[in-house]
Design a protein around this ligand. Structure first.
Ligand SMILES: [Zn+2]
Length: 98
């Protein structure tokens, strides 16, 4: 029988989770990792935000489709930026710009 002795403070089981940081690229979907603020392994909570891409689309939709179409980019999540935050402490972890 083998007893696994890990270094205190470092998890010895499961895949090694990367800590979210400034240099980590965020995607459009919730991501798994470690929160630099509370230190928990989390799956990011995502919010959609109207970014410059959606604003540009709004202008185009408005120009070609009129006022009835210009709000479409505001309602379609795939046209908006994605803001990742920690579900535990609400720490802002990053952003995915379209
Ligand atoms: Zn956190």
């Amino acid at each position: 029988m083998t007893v696994v002795t890990g270094t205190p403070g470092i998890l010895s089981s499961g895949p090694l989770l990367k800590t979210f940081g400034v240099n980590r690229l965020m995607g459009p979907d919730p991501m798994q990792g470690r929160c630099p603020s509370c230190g928990q392994s989390i799956v990011t909570h995502i919010d959609y935000e109207v970014g410059s891409h959606a604003q540009t689309l709004m202008c185009l939709f408005c120009f070609f489709g009129g006022l009835f179409c210009c709000w479409i980019p505001l309602c379609v999540p795939s046209m908006q930026d994605v803001v990742h935050s920690c579900p535990n402490c609400q720490y802002p972890l990053g952003r995915y710009n379209r």
